[in-house]
Ligand binder design. Structure first.
Ligand code: SDX
Length: 355
């Protein structure tokens, strides 16, 4: 059952992947987390070394895929481009018609390895630069930053990116995971299921919130403005991006870790500005919505992650693709579980009233 993959206690603010608390997992390499999610247990040292070698060796995308990335309309949203690129990548996967567990695992490794390369290549090309080939010696997080920047990141930034991918990796039956899982439940192929997840994640009420958080913080611009602008939004009954959750009715445990990471980055950069604006936003929302109105509207996974991207000079258009880079392991875990069940997911209309 999907609870074997992920456990969430929305009242206590607990998140576990395969029974292990997120606070224990966040210091491991992302490779270990994707192994845990798609293969069901944490790897030993030898297993991790072999798996990482396989993953890192599969990062390159072929010439035809790079040609399509070049053809992607420069005005197109990064997630729309990624949806197209992943769909096109499937045509070059030698296992595309192999739906055996072994074939699906090989496809899974290619998807986990190549989605970051595709995101980075598209970003470089739309900004007038040539793609930077992946470096198999780097971690998932360090390699992604290297491919978008063309230079190796600091150890802190590499660690923060790695933790971001881990915190984004899995979250039970959220909208995008449910979309992937429903597609897999028809026994459609893994690439199609992942494209379904990408399409759902794009929405601003789901994965698109991080970019909206970044825009909101930029518009606020100073701690002094924060309270006034947030009060205006609350007055107009606008949703504050990066806050609230369907399941968590307390602080999102991922949000707490992202908050700490954004503070570490702010202190390392000697610039507390964005962090202090975010803290003021949080303070105002908690006071006005939680304390005064009893609404459990706490920072979710997308609030302080948006602050982190500000400090790492990651533009808003990369925020949701970064979420997808982390989440693809969770999508695949759920697809694999559904393939084993060989049973279509077919809810009834009355159930939508509860969703
Ligand atoms: C993700 O499901 C997952 O696990 C998702 C995710 C994952 O890892 O996959 O955690 C990732 O999608 C996080 C959420 C990112 N989205 C945002 O940050 C957008 C802003 N948040 C809201 O849109 C909202 O909180 C949702 C969509 C996240 C959840 O909304 P619900 O549970 O459907 O709540 P609701 O819309 O029914 O609102 C209930 C009340 C309403 O007030 P009343 O009408 O009862 O007076 O709470 C209010 C809402 O207005 N409310 C907010 C609010 N979120 C809910 N008020 C202000 N700001 C907000 N953000």
């Amino acid at each position: 059952m999907s609870k074997n993959i992920c456990f969430i206690d929305g009242l206590e603010g607990i998140l576990k992947y395969r029974g292990i608390d997120i606070n224990q997992l966040v210091d491991l390499p992302y490779d270990a987390i994707s192994y845990l999610l798609i293969l069901g247990e944490l790897p030993g040292d030898q297993e991790l070394a072999e798996y990482s070698a396989c993953l890192h060796g599969a990062r390159e995308v072929n010439r035809e895929v790079l040609d399509v990335i070049h053809m992607c309309n420069f005005n197109v949203d990064s997630m729309e481009a990624l949806r197209t690129i992943v769909s096109f990548m499937s045509q070059f996967d030698p296992d595309i018609t192999d739906s055996s567990p072994e074939g699906n695992t090989r496809k899974a490794i290619r998807l986990i390895a190549r989605i970051p390369t595709a995101v980075a290549a598209h970003y470089r090309i739309v900004n007038g630069n040539e793609p930077v080939p992946p470096d198999p010696s780097l971690s998932h997080g360090a390699n992604f930053l290297y491919m978008i920047r063309g230079s190796k990141p600091s150890q802190l930034e590499a660690e923060v990116m790695e933790k971001d991918f881990i915190l984004s990796a899995e979250h039970e039956l959220n909208a995008s995971t449910f979309s992937s899982r429903v597609t897999a439940s028809t026994l459609s192929d893994l690439y199609s299921a992942i494209v379904s997840g990408l399409c759902a994640l794009k929405g601003p009420l789901h994965g698109g919130a991080r970019a909206e958080v970044m825009t909101m913080i930029e518009e606020i611009g100073s701690q002094e403005n924060a309270e006034k602008i947030i009060l205006e939004k609350i007055e107009k009954k606008e949703k504050i991006m990066g806050f609230g959750h369907r399941v968590y009715k307390t602080y999102d445990p991922r949000g707490a870790i992202f908050k700490q990471l954004s503070r570490e980055l702010a202190e390392a950069k000697g610039d507390m500005c964005w962090y202090e604006i975010a803290e003021k936003i949080e303070e105002t929302v908690i006071r006005e919505l939680v304390e005064k109105k009893g609404k459990p509207i706490y920072p979710n996974v997308d609030f302080y992650s948006g602050v982190i991207y500000k400090y790492m000079d990651i533009p808003p258009q990369l925020a949701t693709p970064i979420f997808a880079i982390g989440r693809v392991s969770g999508w695949i875990a759920h697809c694999f579980e559904q393939y084993e069940k060989k049973r279509i997911i077919r809810p009834r209309a009355f159930m939508l009233d509860e969703c």
